[in-house]
Design a protein around this ligand. Structure first.
Ligand SMILES: Nc1ncnc2c1ncn2[C@@H]1O[C@H](COP(=O)(O)OP(=O)(O)OP(=O)(O)O)[C@@H](O)[C@H]1O
Length: 595
């Protein structure tokens, strides 16, 4: 019923005594309310005047009000706790995603990650509000109400005691079935979120290939699956509510029948019979109350499990470096047998590399050879499975150290443009940069005309002006130009999706940026190789060779074959880019951070 992890959340354990006390008060008030009402009716029945019954009527009114006051206090304290915990969980999840990095979000799926943080935590908030009080009420109130019922009429007490376990057993049985259904429903919901977001991102490609209709059908099918799962879960939830209502009504009817018969036979007086009869539905009320929100609590429980799954993901953040790394001519990076093997058994294994000072290193290899995986480890986005990293002879297990990451700039395949001003997007790595410095970076990146058009305060991104893919790539460059202190530069095919003219134009701007830095560039394009000091050749996750372009050309057979393939792809790509729209809107492009 209650997810054990709920007790680990701050404030939940402390809330229990308060809720327990409120439940005891509630039971007392319910019993008093029934007693006052039964007394007042009995007095009226005996023909007493209204003033004679007035104290009991007033007593009933006070208890009625007391009950509302208890409900108000309970809701207020639970609302406060649930809101505070939901805000905390939301913050914890976002922090966790930032610490885990893009690969973990990609694994979970961006759509699922977003819905867990937004809708999922809303459901957890409802769960906290509902489950704590309802479960405690269910455990305390019926037991306490049973005491006066036994005192008034032990036979009614026995009927109520005997029927309660049936209702509970039925609820448990249906609860198990509902739990399975609700889990499936939540999984389908996550799948639907991912599917929908992916479709939105790929809308340009889908339209380009005329597949929009097929995809619309596929979204329809996924949402139909979700509808079916939801209806299935609701059906069981409704069934459990109906079953409980049935048992409760049946039990109250049995109590009423026996009381009526005994009243007619003169075996019981009106007052205890009435009081017991009024308390009978109240005895089942907490159970029915719980059942009516059972579905909502199941959703919240599943959402909490999804949140906990993310929060429990292991993260290795090393803090080894004493001060921010400043890459200079003497700085050294050493990778020894560095490997990252995914669950699929693919990845990259045993990379050995020694670099000193400012160097430009290209990572080449066919698709799936491990370039992005190596770059992700170098960017500190991904934790290696094994191997050793040394920076300036200092041993590190990962490159997740903040002091290292503060010296890294990453230019992904497709730059993500945040919803904000042009200035905020440019000064991404250097939020305190002056306008003069920003304008200089804008000029170097070739964005002057955009600046003239929208100004530094113009909104870009999702809620502002849509900018083209080429302009977005220039924004990434301007960010890099602006940040002179970050001199380890990682580029993941920075020009792969541009037409050849734009690519060469951007490359001309990039080349000066590569000076006096340690640069890694993953690329499929031949024209970068001659500008590099070193080339690392990757093949199916293994290093086939390391050396200068010229050395490898002479000595490495695999490199020669790869270059022939790359040349073919280059030619094909040039033809394709002539056909395709160069300036694809950025809002439709897949964010680099999601890679
Ligand atoms: N998250 C992941 N889970 C499982 N396997 C993965 C994951 N990411 C990559 N791989 C696998 O690891 C291998 C290396 O992938 P990687 O993306 O590093 O290659 P790449 O050289 O960058 O490819 P491309 O040039 O197409 O971007 C591939 O076989 C890929 O299928």
């Amino acid at each position: 019923m209650i997810d054990k992890s709920l007790f680990e959340l701050p404030g939940v354990r402390k809330m229990f005594p308060l809720l327990g006390i409120l439940a005891v008060f509630q039971a007392a008030v319910i019993a008093c309310q029934a007693l006052f009402m039964a007394t007042a009716i009995t007095k009226f029945w005996k023909g007493e005047s209204f003033s004679g019954a007035l104290p009991w009527v007033l007593g009933f009114a006070v208890c009625f009000m007391g009950r509302e006051v208890i409900n108000f206090f309970r809701s207020k304290s639970l609302d406060k706790l649930a809101y505070r915990l939901a805000s905390k969980l939301r913050g914890d999840m976002l922090d966790k995603f930032f610490r885990l990095g893009p690969s973990s979000v990609a694994e979970l799926g961006s759509g699922s990650a977003a819905t867990t943080v937004i809708t999922g935590i809303d459901q957890v908030e409802d769960y906290i509000k509902l489950v704590l009080s309802k479960v405690l009420n269910m455990m305390i109130v019926p037991l306490l109400i049973l005491v006066p019922v036994y005192l008034l009429d032990w036979q009614s007490g026995i009927v109520l005691t005997l029927t309660f376990p049936f209702a509970i057993i039925f609820m448990i049985l249906l609860g198990y079935a509902a739990q399975g259904r609700a889990e499936r429903q939540y999984k389908t919901f996550q799948y639907l979120s991912n599917h929908f977001l992916d479709s939105l991102r790929g809308i340009a490609t889908l339209r380009y290939f005329g597949l929009s209709k097929d995809y619309a059908n596929s979204i329809y099918r996924t949402s139909e699956d979700f509808r079916k799962e939801t209806m299935g879960a609701l059906r069981i939830a409704m069934l459990s509510t109906f079953a409980l209502d049935f048992f409760a009504s049946l039990s109250v009817a049995i109590v009423a029948l026996f009381l009526g018969l005994r009243l007619m036979n003169g075996e019981i007086l009106l007052f205890p019979a009435l009081a017991a009869l009024i308390m009978a539905p109240e005895y089942f009320l907490p159970l029915r109350d719980f059942a009516s929100d059972y579905h909502a609590t199941l959703n919240g429980k599943n959402a909490l499990a999804a949140v906990n799954e993310v929060l429990a993901q292991p993260e290795v953040t090393q803090q080894v470096l004493d001060e921010p790394l400043r890459w200079d001519e003497k700085a050294q990076l050493q990778l020894t047998n560095l490997s990252k093997i995914y669950e699929t058994g693919r990845g990259i294994s045993e990379v050995n590399l020694e670099l000193q000072g400012f160097q430009k290193v290209a990572l080449v290899g066919s698709s799936g050879s491990g370039k992005s995986t190596l770059l992700a480890m170098l960017a500190g986005f991904m934790v290696p499975s094994s191997g050793e990293i040394k920076i300036n002879q200092q041993k590190l297990e990962t490159l997740t150290d903040e002091k290292y990451r503060q010296s890294v700039q990453f230019i992904p395949q497709k730059t993500y443009i945040f919803s904000g001003t042009f200035r905020e997007n440019l000064a991404f790595y250097e939020p305190t940069a002056t306008d003069e410095a920003i304008i200089q970076a804008v000029e170097l990146a070739g964005l002057t005309s955009l600046l003239e058009e929208i100004g530094l305060d113009g909104q870009i991104g999702a809620s502002g002006r849509t900018i083209s893919g080429g302009q977005a790539q220039r924004v990434a460059l301007a960010r890099a130009f602006l940040s002179r202190s970050r001199n380890i530069l990682l580029l993941d095919e920075p020009t792969a999706h541009l037409d050849i003219e734009t690519e060469l134009e951007i490359k001309a701007n990039i080349l000066p940026l590569l000076e006096n830095k340690l640069v890694f560039i993953a690329t499929h394009r031949l024209h970068w190789l001659s500008s590099m000091d070193k080339v690392i050749v990757l093949n199916e996750g293994k290093v086939e060779g390391v050396g200068s372009h010229e050395e490898l050309l002479q000595t490495n057979v695999y490199y020669q074959t790869l270059l022939t393939q790359m040349r073919g792809v280059d030619d094909e790509k040039n033809q394709l880019t002539e056909l395709s729209a160069t300036d694809q809107p950025v809002s439709e492009a897949k964010g680099g951070q999601d890679k």
